[in-house]
Design a protein around this ligand. Sequence first.
Ligand code: AHR
Length: 517
Amino acid sequence: MSLQTWLRRARRSLLATGTTAVLTATLIAGTETASHAATQGPCDLYASGGTPCVAAHSTTRALYGAYGGALYQVRRASDGATKDIGVLSAGGYANAAAQDAFCGTATCVITVIYDQSGKGNHLTQAPGGGAAPGPDNLAPATAAPVTVAGHKAYGVYVAAGTGYRNNNTRGIAVGDQPEGMYAVLDGSHFGGGCCFDYGNAETNNLDTGNGHMEAIYFGDSTIWGTGTGQGPWVMADLENGLFSGVNPGYNANNPSVSHRFLTAIVKGAPNLWAIKAGNAQSGALSTYYSGPRPNVPGYNPMHKEGAIILGIGGDNSKSSSGTFYEGVMTSGYPSDATENAVQANITAANYRTATITSSALTPGARVSLRASTPCCTGSYLRHNADSTVAISPITSASPAADKSDATWIVRAGLANSSCLSFESAAARGQYLRHFDHRLRTAASDNTALFNQDATFCLQAGHSGQGYSFQSANYPNRFLRHFEYTGYLAGDGVGGHTWDNVAYWAEDTSWLTAQPWS
Ligand code: AHR
């Protein structure tokens, strides 16, 4: 029976009861809900909830069902040309192929993250501030590949030193006005410095006092606030404090989170605020705090200024790292029901990690790994006779022994066959491993620890060039050269000299080269 026939019969049979209008309205509403469900974005849901988006940023997808404009702009290093990257169709996913075609083999950086809300609240390169000079670095455009609903897209990879800002916004909450915000982040990429944030901050790049910010923070900083476990935690950066709950310092209801794709939420209204988070791939949000403002001078009422930051603190503190895929800020304090609908929309978007492959890095291949940092582009990762690991210049005129020491046989990862291990071509049976965060070569002792220490997972190069190699057992640490020596290093995380944030992205990005032997 057709829908029209069914409707006619139903209407006839209900005429006597006077319920025709109700039936018609219900059916139309049902039809509309079904058709909107396929095309609504998070900002349509916030608008329906009476708390519209006043900023909507994403490099992966449209955040409104009708948005068909540019998502972000990239700039090509080879000639300085720029290109806007849009969506494949209105309401759809980023046109990553357009970026790939434009950038080719050149390095590209993300220069603008457009605001989809129509308010013009675009994010661009952050200027210097009270905590650090600028301008901040721009994110390499290829360092955070993912798929969304099966479509390739790129996130915003923030190494320490990278930051975006808009100090001249429209519609963003100021003073004690209510607002909400969410961000979808890489839960495995974080740092312990100050501060990987997304949200409301000072308009002059300075720390202007308690309550002058209201932003999502993600990381494992223990400077101000902590939750349970070792971190990382979703906290609220309210200025001069990362709050994990109502108390400065520790709050037992804020857990460490480990979702690869993380939904993080902060919202605030007069003497009311909340922190929520969830797995951006499935399931519901959890509330880590909801209640009155901290009982510390300056935070009630709030003194929000209405700038927008990404990847940095309010005073341009830029010592932390993270990856951003999408996020919005709203006018008004969103209801839990609205945020639940947004979370359902995010999980339906189906974020997945992209599989990074390289023919030069398939098991069985021989490869040499060339440093990409400007200092050292003629140097290769090699081991020495004493099993220490370093980079050193290798040329066709180098002794055969040096060439051999700078050649590796790629193996399936000893601890995880989706990752890689590197066997020395010169000393067969000896593998590249970390020990005490220093790199060395050693023969396998067949322990689980050795296998983990000798396994590295392939990632897109952090600087936008080549590949980065993530430790299997210390996911925040990567193969790095520092002062010509090989280390396992974190981006400001770890406390060793070789965890230095300067040139971290470049030092951890390696170019594959023809094997020297
Ligand atoms: O609130 C934590 C940080 O403190 C802010 O992000 C920064 O502005 C200040 O250094």
